[in-house]
Design a protein around this ligand. Structure first.
Ligand SMILES: CC(C)(COP(=O)(O)OP(=O)(O)OC[C@H]1O[C@@H](n2cnc3c(N)ncnc32)[C@H](O)[C@@H]1OP(=O)(O)O)[C@@H](O)C(=O)NCCC(=O)NCCS
Length: 165
């Protein structure tokens, strides 16, 4: 498809399914965006995840992805395993489109207590980003990561049972 100049100025952000045809793109993206590598089981589960795993397209190019799973422990919680965007495409609303998709999913379902994720302690940008959507730091996990520094992680959580003013 040819992208016209007019289209370039009015960028199009869309989310699409992860399928066996494009899962390689998801793997490449995650390898570039995250310091942690994910195993075959992760990608096998992602293929079954339906709305909980999405690729983000910016003018038809894959530039981001989100992968979540349902965590049945301590109430019904949705865990964001990965949510990331290639660095040249940040601050364009792509991350927001993905978080909004996740928040719409749990809202529509109506049975989730919270949405949570881990971030490296020094990931100020991601912490700011998530705070904007009502996530709060609820815990610090020491030595959470095995092969990266800092190894400690914050748990960021958005409680869905509280009304946000
Ligand atoms: C965190 C991340 C997903 C944000 O994606 P993004 O597409 O840049 O986010 P958006 O453009 O939707 O940003 C929305 C708002 O969040 C805030 N924000 C986003 N990145 C920020 C940063 N680096 N510093 C401060 N605030 C930030 C801003 O308020 C921004 O609005 P603005 O651009 O109008 O000021 C992206 O930086 C990323 O992929 N980081 C690496 C992966 C990662 O750390 N993921 C989090 C753990 S799963």
């Amino acid at each position: 498809m040819v992208i016209s100049v007019t289209n370039m100025t009015r960028a199009k952000i869309e989310l699409g399914d992860v399928t066996p045809h494009n899962i390689k793109q998801l793997k490449q993206l995650n390898t570039v965006v995250f310091p942690v590598s994910y195993n075959e089981k992760f990608y096998k589960d992602v293929l079954e995840a339906g709305e909980l795993a999405k690729l983000a397209y910016y003018n038809d190019i894959v530039v981001g992805a989100v992968c979540c799973r349902i965590d049945p422990n301590n109430g019904r919680r949705l865990y964001i395993m990965t949510l990331g965007c290639l660095s040249p495409y940040r601050r364009l609303g792509i991350g927001s489109t993905m978080v909004e998709h996740v928040l719409n999913y749990v809202e529509k379902d109506g049975n989730f207590d919270s949405v949570y994720l881990h971030v490296q302690l020094n990931n100020d940008g991601a912490i700011e980003f998530y705070k904007k959507f009502g996530f709060e730091i609820v815990e610090t996990k020491e030595h959470y990561y095995k092969r990266i520094e800092p190894a400690d992680a914050y748990v960021l959580e958005k409680n869905l049972r509280l009304k946000i003013k």
